[in-house]
Design a protein around this ligand. Sequence first.
Ligand code: HEC
Length: 121
Amino acid sequence: MTRPALPVLAGLALALGLAGASPSHAADGARLFSLQCKTCHGPKSTPMGPTLTGVAGADIAGRDDYAYSAGLKAKTGTWTDAALDAYLAKPMAFAPGTRMMVAVPNAETRAALVTYLKTLK
Ligand code: HEC
């Protein structure tokens, strides 16, 4: 029961096209974004969430047109790959008090999402 689980999971990840930094990585991210993020993050900021266009490399909580939580505003710095990864992994640990409750536990999924976020310009 214990040993076969990992190869099976790895096979699943490959089947889903989520493993490694393949050329389709951004496409995977686009698909994941549509499923998991788009409801709240559109091309323009809404009360549901700030736009993520241009978010990679931008100031954390840096949009003029969105009223961020005090928790996210308390974070300084920019959205580096590492910061995006950490926020998506555990939003409340990265920025206690943030209003974004959605976490992405899978590292490959986060990597694909971050790759895709960098294409949103
Ligand atoms: C249910 C709504 C909702 C969903 C779904 C959602 N978010 Fe968010 N997100 C928010 C809100 C609200 C904020 C602002 C949080 C705050 O002010 O603390 C935010 C903030 C962010 C920020 C910081 C933006 C900035 O300008 O600093 C990033 C990056 C982000 N979300 C990425 C994602 C990704 C990637 C997904 C999909 C895996 C996702 N979010 C799914 C609501 C959502």
